[in-house]
Design a protein around this ligand. Structure first.
Ligand code: G3H
Ligand code: 13P
Ligand code: ZN
Length: 310
């Protein structure tokens, strides 16, 4: 099966009461860990590449690794998506360069500018068979090294106008999730604005909604990182049952990156602590890749509900 767009995936997810996982990829072990889990679980998957990932690993290397995964995992649909594209030029570059989906993130821009560029991206993408995600509202947390302290929740009153004017195919909304490993303060009760999600889906029937910042920051992994010399005090994520709930409704795509980083870091730290003489990267990258695979398998089955849906 060649690289696919997310159109079919989202249609099935919307009506099937589950969400597709969108996992960030930055190197070979991450691509392999994610796609091996999805192949085993027969789950559709979105591999997403940020501007930072392209700067780190290079567009060509990333696309060739994803193409290799498509060959190695013939039973599952795989989409390749640009995560948080912040300009028309970046989106165009990825469309021209073989991506099947792009996000234009104009959430920090004034509304009219967000509309204008999202429409330009959608027009160009659609002419090339590529789908587009856009964003309204702003997440708190760290993104491309920029840290926003406060959420700016999505205003449901404008979502219809935005989708009609731009023609985008899916919409990321801000309901209290945030980027990074520190989503809530210690002692703070994790909460998401399900009322906003409901109102957005009422105003946009059958329209796929996206949740960014949806890592759950598993506490056993945080404990392992800290046990083996790390310093991640008070790392807290989104409770899994809240994501499961969101996935049952209009949320068709759930973005996860920090949990992959955590899985790798915990595995590598443990390996170094237990095997201090090892210096062949394969010795510690193998358990790291396995940790990504285990973590993704768990998400597919227990959080997203997309296992068996390929
Ligand atoms: O939302 C941001 C993703 O976690 C990607 O992060 O820009 O550091 O690659 P990055
Ligand atoms: P996390 O930091 O919660 O993994 O979110 C990732 C994300 O939203 C990528 O776009
Ligand atoms: Zn994001």
């Amino acid at each position: 099966m060649p690289l696919v767009s997310t159109t079919e995936m989202f249609k099935k997810a919307y009506h099937g009461g589950y969400a597709v996982g969108a996992f960030n990829v930055n190197n070979m072990e991450i691509v392999q860990g994610i796609t091996e889990a999805c192949q085993e679980q027969k789950a559709p998957v979105i591999l997403q590449v940020s501007k930072g990932a392209r700067a780190y690993a290079n567009h060509t290397y990333l696309i060739k690794m994803v193409e290799a995964a498509v060959i190695e995992c013939p039973d599952i649909p795989i989409a390749l998506h640009l995560d948080h594209g912040n300009s028309f030029e970046l989106c165009k570059d990825c469309i021209d360069g073989g991506f099947s989906s792009v996000m234009f993130d104009g959430s920090a821009m004034p509304y009219e500018e967000n509309v204008k560029i999202a429409k330009m991206v959608a027009d160009y993408a659609h002419a090339h068979g590529v789908v587009v995600e856009a964003e309204l509202g702003q997440l708190a947390g760290v993104e491309d090294d920029v840290c926003a302290e406060e959420h700016s929740y999505t205003d449901p009153a404008v979502v219809q106008d935005f989708v009609e004017k731009t023609g985008v195919d899916s919409l990321a909304i801000a309901i209290g999730t945030s980027h990074g490993a520190y989503k809530f303060k210690p002692g703070q009760k994790p909460q998401l604005r399900f009322d906003i999600l409901e109102e957005v889906s009422r105003r946009l029937p059958e329209f796929p909604i996206v949740l960014h910042g949806s890592s759950s920051v598993p506490q056993d992994m945080v404990a392992k990182v800290n046990k083996y010399g790390g310093a991640m005090p008070d790392a807290i994520g989104i409770p899994e049952e809240m994501l499961r709930e969101a996935a049952k409704g209009a949320v068709c795509k759930i973005n996860i990156d920090s949990d992959i980083r955590l899985a790798i870091t915990a595995a590598v730290r443990e390996h170094f602590a237990l095997h201090p003489a090892d210096f062949d990267p394969r010795q510690y990258l193998k358990p790291a890749r396995q940790a990504v695979k285990d973590m993704v398998s768990h998400k597919l089955v227990d959080v997203l509900g997309c296992n068996g849906k390929a």
